[in-house]
Ligand binder design. Sequence first.
Ligand SMILES: NC(=O)c1ccc[n+]([C@@H]2O[C@H](COP(=O)([O-])OP(=O)(O)OC[C@H]3O[C@@H](n4cnc5c(N)ncnc54)[C@H](O)[C@@H]3O)[C@@H](O)[C@H]2O)c1
Length: 339
Amino acid sequence: MSGSKIKFGVIGCGHIGKRHAEMVSRNADTELVALCDILPQEKTGANYTGVPYFASAEEMLASVPDIDIVSVCTPNGLHAEHSLKALNAKKHVVCEKPMALKKSDCEAIIFKALQMHKQVFCVMQNRYSPPAQWIKQLIESKALGNIFMVQLDCYWNRDERYYKAGTWKGKLALDGGVLFTQFSHFIDMMYWLFGDIYNIKSLFSNFTHTKNTEFDDSGFVSFQFLEQGIGSINFSTSIWDQNFASSMIIMGENGTVKLGGQYMDVVEYCHVKNVEMPKLPPTNPANDYGAYKGSAANHHYVIENVVNTLKNGFTASTNALEGMKVVEIIEKIYAAKQK
Ligand SMILES: NC(=O)c1ccc[n+]([C@@H]2O[C@H](COP(=O)([O-])OP(=O)(O)OC[C@H]3O[C@@H](n4cnc5c(N)ncnc54)[C@H](O)[C@@H]3O)[C@@H](O)[C@H]2O)c1
């Protein structure tokens, strides 16, 4: 593969599938060779000159045998099925977040990837934002000393403009819940920095979505980190009208840091022994989906990482094990629901 372009197929041509298609088309080392969606092309609007469009993943994989890697951009509850189909056809996989809705499905994907000698790249593109890169390096340098407390707050708006009838959003089997669909980037960030959690207590409520979702919209979650310290996640999608904030307060023995902004995209506070806060480059703005906004527009980094891993011996920036751990943590949080 070292000389030629890496050939991508995309399964699911909605909002994010078109983003993958666009980022693949713009990268000099990658080539978009096939697209598929159960909706007709006129509906998805995924038009790339000379790129064939199929009505199913099976048809695409059978018709375009030289695909190297498949971007799985279908609803959450279909990620496992489509990743496994791609792996069975001996393709690498880029899987949108979350990797699946059950840890057991992630295990099946990892097993198949090992069996087929293929890579699975999980999409957690917020890791590329400058505050995320900076805080990762700060935590790894142990500048904060022992970590005492971590508080993750995620307060967004998702109302009837988002949960439209007839879509996968709001359905337990396809969406899975707000921790999977809205807040898994932030849970990934916490796991990336501080590792796994246990002794979880979760209190949930459904304030404004009893008519349009099959799950709770808000909650308080408390836990211990396996390594050190205690933590909490406070979340809601019942904020009126627009996203409010996503933030992480980290309190260590040598100082305190707060990442904040609407999308955890700025360092709001840093007071740490012997640390001078550098001036960070601006974070890419959030993806804009019209009535609502989501996570950072960093997908081009994901495609670059695929190229660097498959061609230049780099490692996946979010590998399948990390993708699975985030799913496992969310599964444990939901399972710890207090009656
Ligand atoms: N990384 C991020 O920041 C980010 C942002 C938004 C969405 N996502 C993830 O991307 C995925 C898609 O989200 P979206 O907002 O693009 O949703 P979407 O509804 O806009 O697109 C999903 C597409 O999948 C198609 N589809 C459904 N079943 C299919 C099947 N069996 N075969 C082929 N195509 C099928 C649908 O017709 C639709 O076009 C979700 O898992 C979501 O969590 C990630």
